[in-house]
Design a binder for this molecule. Structure first.
Ligand SMILES: *Cc1c(COP(=O)(O)O)cnc(C)c1O
Length: 397
C-alpha cells in the first residue's frame, strides 16, 4: 500500500502568502473603491533589458533551423555558459574551473536539492527568520533542523551555532531582513565549518544589490571557503529572470565532506544533476550568457539601481515616521520594527486598513520575525511613491 512521506505533516503551516491574500480580499470586498498598494512582493517587475532580449530571440531562432537546432544539452549546462560564469567570478578575483559550475533552473530548486548529497542523520542549521525553502526541504528529507537566531542585537546576522552541526544555510544579502554579512562575519562561519568539517550552503541571489565595496558578494571572497562551501546563484533578482528561470550552484573541487577526497563532492553533485535534471532551457542559456557579458552587466546594473532607488524612498519614509528600520541599503528588502510592539499581523492589518498598503508580516518567516514586517523595493516607482505617501499621511502611530 502506498503511504505518503509523513515528513510533509511536520512542515510548518505555510499560510503566509495565502493569509495575506485572504486579508487583502476581505478588505477589498468591504472597500471595493479602494486601490491596494503593494509593498509586499518579492518579485521583479521591470522588463528584460535589450541585449538579453536579443540573445533570447537568437536562442529561439536557432531552434527554427535544422542546421542550428539543438535538443538536450549537457545536464550541467552548456560549456560556453559555464565558462562565462567562471569568467564573471574571475573578474571579481575568484578563480573557478567551468566544471565547478552547475547551471540549473534556479536557486530555489538548487537550495532544496542540495540536501540530497548529505547523510540522512545530518544536522542542518538555518536562520530564524529564514527563506522558507531551506527549512522545508530539510524537514521533508527527514533531517534535523536547528535554528540560528537573527535579532536586532546581532544585526540579523547569526552567530555560529553553539552545537556541532553538519550543514549551515546562509543567505546574504538576506531575504527577508535585508541584512548583509561582513567579511569578518562570514569568516567566523568558514572557520567554524573548517573546524567542525561542516559545509556552508551560501545563497548569493542578491549579491548584485551590494554597492558597498567592503561587503562580500560571494562566500569565496573568504579564504578557505572553497574547502567548505557551495554557493548558489540566480539571475532572477540580478537580471529579472524570475519567470525566465536560470541559476547555478558552485561545487568546488577542493570541497571535502567527511570521508571524501577532493573532487568527490563535485562528482557527487554531477551525478545528482545528470541523474535527476535534464539541463536548463537552451534558449535561456543564450540569455544568461548575455546577462554575464559586459553590456548585459551594465544593463542589469540599471535595473538594480532602479529597485535600490525604490528601497531608499521606502527606507527614508519609514525613518521619517520614527520607525526603526533595517536593511534596504545593500539589499532590496526593508525590515521594519513594528511600532508600540505590535505583532507582525496587527501592524500588517494597520497598514492595510489605515493606509491600504500590503506588507509582509515578519512572523511568516519564523518566530524571530515576530514584531517586524518586510517591505519590498520591487515594484513600479509610481506605485512605491503612492504607497509611501499613503503611509506618511494615514498611519496612526
Ligand atoms: C528570490 C530568491 C532566490 C531566487 O530563486 P530562483 O529559484 O532562482 O528564482 C533565491 N534565494 C532567495 C533567498 C530569494 O529570495
Amino acid at each position: 500500500m502506498a503511504k505518503i512521506n509523513q515528513n510533509y505533516n511536520k512542515l510548518p503551516k505555510t499560510y503566509l502568502f495565502s493569509e495575506i491574500a485572504r486579508r487583502a480580499k476581505t478588505f477589498s470586498e468591504k472597500n471595493p473603491e479602494v486601490e491596494l498598494l503593494k509593498l509586499g512582493i518579492g518579485n521583479t517587475t521591470l522588463p528584460l533589458t535589450p541585449s538579453v532580449l536579443e540573445a533570447l530571440h537568437r536562442g529561439v531562432d536557432k531552434l527554427a533551423d535544422v542546421k542550428t537546432y539543438t535538443g538536450y544539452g549537457d545536464e550541467q549546462g552548456n560549456t560556453s555558459l559555464r565558462k562565462a560564469v567562471a569568467a564573471w567570478y574571475s573578474k571579481r578575483g575568484i578563480e573557478l574551473e567551468p566544471t565547478e559550475v552547475f547551471i540549473s533552473d534556479g536557486a530555489k530548486p538548487d537550495s532544496a536539492n542540495i540536501t540530497s548529497i548529505f547523510a540522512d542523520n545530518s544536522v542542518i542549521a538555518i536562520t530564524d527568520p529564514v527563506y522558507p525553502v531551506y527549512q522545508d526541504s530539510n524537514i521533508v528529507a527527514g533531517k534535523k533542523v536547528v535554528l540560528m537566531d537573527c535579532t536586532k542585537e546581532n544585526g540579523f546576522i547569526p552567530h555560529v551555532p553553539k552545537e556541532k552541526v553538519d550543514v549551515i544555510f546562509l543567505c546574504s544579502p538576506n531575504n527577508p531582513t535585508g541584512a548583509v554579512a561582513t567579511k569578518a562575519q562570514l569568516k567566523t562561519f568558514v572557520d567554524y565549518a573548517i573546524e567542525n568539517k561542516a559545509v556552508i550552503v551560501f545563497d548569493a541571489a542578491y549579491s548584485e544589490y551590494i554597492s558597498d565595496p567592503e561587503l562580500p558578494r560571494s562566500i569565496y571572497e573568504i579564504e578557505n571557503a572553497n574547502k567548505c562551501a557551495v554557493e548558489i546563484q540566480s539571475l532572477s533578482k540580478m537580471a529579472g529572470f524570475t519567470g525566465v528561470r536560470i541559476g547555478w550552484t558552485i561545487v568546488p573541487k577542493d570541497l571535502v565532506i567527511e570521508g571524501t577526497e577532493p573532487g568527490e563532492v563535485n562528482a557527487l553533485w554531477n551525478r545528482r544533476q545528470t541523474t535527476m535534471f535534464n539541463g536548463a532551457s537552451n534558449i535561456v542559456q543564450e540569455g544568461a550568457i548575455a546577462v554575464l557579458s559586459e553590456q548585459g552587466q551594465k544593463e542589469s546594473r540599471e535595473l538594480i539601481n532602479y529597485y535600490m532607488a525604490n528601497a531608499k524612498i521606502i527606507k527614508e519614509a519609514m525613518e521619517d515616521l520614527g520607525l526603526k528600520v533595517f536593511g534596504g541599503e545593500n539589499a532590496p528588502y526593508i525590515w521594519v520594527k513594528t511600532p508600540s510592539d505590535l505583532s507582525s499581523w496587527d501592524f500588517f492589518d494597520k497598514l492595510l486598513n489605515e493606509c491600504h498598503v500590503i506588507s509582509t508580516p515578519g512572523a511568516g518567516f519564523g518566530s524571530k520575525g515576530e514584531g517586524y514586517i518586510r517591505l519590498s523595493a520591487f515594484g513600479q516607482r509610481e506605485n512605491i511613491e503612492k504607497a509611501v505617501k499613503s503611509i506618511k499621511k494615514n498611519l496612526k502611530i
